[in-house]
Design a protein around this ligand. Structure first.
Ligand SMILES: [Zn+2]
Ligand SMILES: [Zn+2]
Length: 63
């Protein structure tokens, strides 16, 4: 299971796609304004969500 962890407070989140029961993989997408956003992507259905945030920072993926 993919786990996201906050480096500040240590909170951890298990992220998976409820449709596919697949662990999400860490990815990033580029926005129109040139910035990039860290996202969690499902390898099966290609669904994407914004990576979880904690303490004002993107939580880091441990894998
Ligand atoms: Zn935190
Ligand atoms: Zn999926």
């Amino acid at each position: 299971m993919e786990t996201y962890k906050c480096n500040v407070c240590g909170m951890a989140v298990n992220a998976s796609c409820a449709n596919c029961n697949e662990p999400l993989i860490n990815d990033s997408i580029s926005l129109d304004d040139g910035s990039s956003v860290q996202v969690s992507r499902c390898p099966k259905c290609e669904g994407k969500i914004k990576s979880p945030m904690c303490c004002g920072n993107d939580m880091t993926c441990s894998v």
